[in-house]
Ligand binder design. Structure first.
Ligand code: PLP
Length: 398
């Protein structure tokens, strides 16, 4: 149909649209950047200190410590909690690489656990088994994947019972909370955040933040991020160079003011996807794909009172059609992503840990079935319709 062809050319749908976000804050962002240039103070300094205070206030945390990336936040958290070479850290097998990669960078051994197929977050029974297998467990490192909190009450209890530190990888989850109102990143000994540009609160380059309620841990983190130097040029510990730039802090301070409004917009867009897919007969991820009906599963609603911030809106589709669906959507101008195509226990660099295929079936199934749809506050209804219609036409043809 000519009309359809014209539409496919005119309505393109990227996975996210940072230019659209920039258009909304251009004047303020440029003023913030100019302020840093006028100051000529580029590393740490007043902008970073102000951001640290503002993030701590936003999260209701006592201390926030800026660093160079979310990955470094994980490394610094583990070093700050005194993880020693050979210590074991339990984390999910299905997450971004840095969660386990930086356990290794800290000298530790990642011990993987499976995920809950409904939420994609850490499976508590599997994490308990992983801890029981350990001989030198030092930390539990859950991830709040896609912007939804891992079961905070349960991970807190599990860490306490096992006598290990709780470190939260909240890189994807700033501003999310659980049904009891506990905010991602504020429950464990240290919470780790990423300001990578694609995150809900993203800078104009790399950046990260650690939060903690313990003043001594906060002080150790500040020392570690600057080569372990205190006072200047005297080193009782070996740290790293992982300081946050003033330019990042200045831009992030502008964006932080809008974060909650953007989260509301993301949640509205998630609700629109939910409604359109549900009208077409899709169940949520609480119903396995192989139980029939439309072969698509939407994110299962977060418990009442909890806030999912939809860093990603991720559906499940049958493994055998996922990649073809992605190609089909791309041809229609819709870009989707697969977060993540290979679970961590099967990554070549972790072969030495000795895991086998089949060991974490839910992590492996998720890697085959997940598809992240375009999600950002500026997404229009016409764009969302295009995504949904493209998916439904492909699924109904199969
Ligand atoms: C779950 C998770 N952990 C850690 C990181 C690492 O953050 P960064 O990219 O800022 O180093 C990311 C970001 O990509 C992430 O998604």
């Amino acid at each position: 149909m000519p009309g359809k062809v014209a539409m496919s050319g005119s309505v393109r749908v990227p996975p996210l649209d940072l230019k659209a976000q920039y258009a909304r804050i251009r004047t303020e962002a440029e003023a913030a950047v100019a302020r840093v240039f006028e100051s000529q103070q580029f590393v740490l300094g007043p902008e970073v200190e102000a951001l640290e205070r503002e993030i701590a206030a936003y999260l209701g945390a006592s201390h926030a410590v800026g660093c160079a990336s979310g990955s470094d936040a994980i490394l610094l958290a583990l070093l700050g909690l005194n993880i020693q070479p050979g210590d074991e850290v339990v984390c999910p097998a299905f997450t971004f690489f840095a969660t386990a990669g930086y356990v290794v960078r800290a000298g530790g051994i990642p011990v993987f656990a499976d995920i809950d197929p409904v939420t994609f977050n850490l499976d508590i029974a599997s994490a308990r088994r992983a801890l029981a297998r350990c001989t030198r467990a030092k930390a539990l490192l859950p991830v709040h994947l896609y912007g939804q909190t891992a079961p905070l009450g349960e991970v807190e209890t599990l860490a306490r019972e096992a006598g290990v530190s709780l470190v939260e990888d909240a890189a994807q989850a700033i501003g999310s909370w659980d049904a009891e109102g506990r905010k991602a990143g504020t429950v464990g000994a240290v919470g780790c955040f990423s300001f990578y540009p694609t995150k809900n609160l993203g800078g104009c380059g790399d950046g990260g933040m650690l939060v903690t309620s313990d003043p001594e841990v906060a002080e150790r983190l500040r020392v570690l991020r600057s080569h372990g130097s205190k006072p200047a040029y005297f080193h009782h510990v070996v740290g790293l160079n992982s300081r946050l730039d003033a330019l990042q802090a200045a831009v992030l301070r502008v964006k932080l003011k809008y974060l909650d409004a953007w989260t509301v917009e993301r949640r509205e867009r998630a609700a629109y996807y939910d409604a359109r897919f549900s009208d077409a007969g899709a169940a949520t991820s609480a119903t396995p794909l192989d139980s029939g009906g439309l072969p698509l599963r939407t994110p299962h609603p977060a418990p009442t009172g909890a806030r999912h911030i939809y860093h990603q809106y991720v559906v499940r589709v049958p493994a055998e059609s996922r990649d073809a669906l992605q190609v089909h959507l791309k041809a229609q101008g819709v870009d989707t992503m697969v977060y993540y195509p290979l679970p961590l226990h099967l990554q070549p660099c972790f072969k030495y840990l000795g895991y086998r295929e089949g060991e974490f079936p839910e992590a492996e199934r998720a890697a085959r079935e997940v598809l992240a749809l375009p999600m950002y506050p500026e997404l229009t209804e016409a764009q969302q319709d295009r995504v949904v219609d493209g998916i439904l036409s492909a699924l109904n043809d199969t």
